[in-house]
Design a protein around this ligand. Structure first.
Ligand SMILES: [Fe+2]
Length: 388
């Protein structure tokens, strides 16, 4: 047996097709999979704006009988998921084409699980509870660049009864085919570009320094850090630039490819309670944490921290020797401020009583064990106080 850190155990079960116009290949892709009856899952805004039309046209062109469900919203709850199960006769369909942001793509994976194995989505909550690869094929067409849900192994739903979010995680629910098409992301407003792009940058960075990183995942992480950090500000400033959209999109999918193999770290462990308490987008929560968490992690990652800042193009003078680059944290913070991913918890309703809640939920998170440095409760409280 070799060093576990050098063994490139690496799953990438999704077929990834990228390029301008790929969304228009959805019909041919489904035909190639032997599918005849797809359900198109999306949200009302995207449908009304005509964003879904290239996909629908390709399904018509391929002679496929489809139905459209536009019931997914920004933060899908278990109740919403259950209502879709009630309203849509899943037995009629052999496939789902999910066109939208992370919420739509996540729900499509959950629907494929229920269509294939029955029961309730709560039955599959946790890691590796899905018994086999669902028989229902999943084709994803993302309209944002960030969550990585187009190829990822996760579903996130809000459990309003238990006042928390829950996750279904299994490599068996990775979508069958992902069609990433920059033309599908041009409707994204700057705020969404910033939050979702930051989420992707944190996937790339946390996966790179994760305890679960391998040479294979590091390759994806490092290139994703470059693509995302060097283009995010320009992509926010000019959303019509397809070259920039394309770089962000490729970076986001590569970042999650690494992230779902190596797992993430403290930014993602802390984001769950931060989002619940302060009602901020996931991308903002992980972005706010990133400079502080990187600084905390520096003693445990050695030269890798300098490599992170080099990849970002933010290298401070003192990083040339390979040590922890103090300049880099400030430069990264400046970048995040420039794209609007900043803010202090004190401006969002912070109370001292929130600290133990954030600490407990962070310690319980499935993303915490792969953080390169093992945090104590006091360490997490200290990070929270730096965000206040
Ligand atoms: Fe994330």
């Amino acid at each position: 047996m070799g060093d576990p850190a050098l063994v490139p155990s690496f799953d990438f079960p999704t077929v990834w097709r990228h390029g301008r116009g790929q969304a228009g290949q959805a019909g041919a892709v489904l035909r190639g999979l032997g599918c005849r009856a797809p359900l198109v899952l999306t949200d009302k805004l995207l449908l009304s704006l005509g964003v879904v039309e290239p996909v629908l046209a390709s399904l018509r062109g391929a002679g496929l009988e489809y139905a459209v469900c536009d019931a997914v919203d920004y933060e899908p709850t278990v109740a919403l998921f259950d209502s879709i199960i009630r309203d849509v006769d899943l037995k009629r369909f052999d496939s789902i084409v999910a066109v939208g942001g992370g919420s739509v793509l996540d729900v499509s994976k959950g629907l494929a699980v229920i269509a294939s194995f029955g029961g309730h989505i709560r039955d599959y909550a946790g890691v590796d509870k899905v018994p086999a690869v669902p028989s229902m094929k999943i084709v994803t067409v993302p309209t944002t660049s960030g969550t990585g849900s187009e190829i990822s192994d996760g579903v996130v739903l809000i459990d309003e009864e238990r006042h928390t979010k829950f996750l279904v995680i299994s490599h068996r629910i990775c979508p069958t085919v992902a069609l990433t098409d920059p033309l599908m992301t041009v409707s994204m407003p700057p705020k969404v570009t910033a939050a979702s792009g930051t989420d992707a940058l944190v996937h790339a960075t946390e996966s790179y320094i994760s305890k679960g990183a391998s040479p294979a995942s590091e390759m994806f992480s490092r290139r994703a850090i470059e693509l995302l950090s060097r283009n995010i500000a320009a992509a926010c400033a000019d959303g019509s630039d397809l070259d920039l959209r394309e770089k962000m999109q490729i970076g986001a999918t590569m970042a999650m490819t690494a992230g779902m193999n190596s797992k993430l770290g403290l930014c993602h462990a802390m984001a769950m309670p931060l989002c619940a308490l302060y009602h901020m987008p996931h991308g903002q929560a992980v972005g706010m944490c990133l400079p502080v968490v990187l600084e905390y992690n520096a003693p445990a990652v050695g030269e890798k921290m300098a490599a992170v800042f080099r990849a970002m193009g933010l290298t401070g003078d003192d990083s040339a020797g390979g040590g922890a680059p103090g300049e880099g944290y400030a430069q990264l913070q400046d970048l995040l401020v420039r794209i609007g991913i900043a803010g202090r918890l004190r401006d969002m309703g912070f109370q001292e009583s929130h600290v133990p809640i954030i600490v407990r939920e962070t310690m319980d998170s499935a993303q915490r064990p792969t953080n390169p440095r093992d945090p104590s409760e006091e360490d997490i409280a200290g990070i929270v106080r730096r965000l206040v």
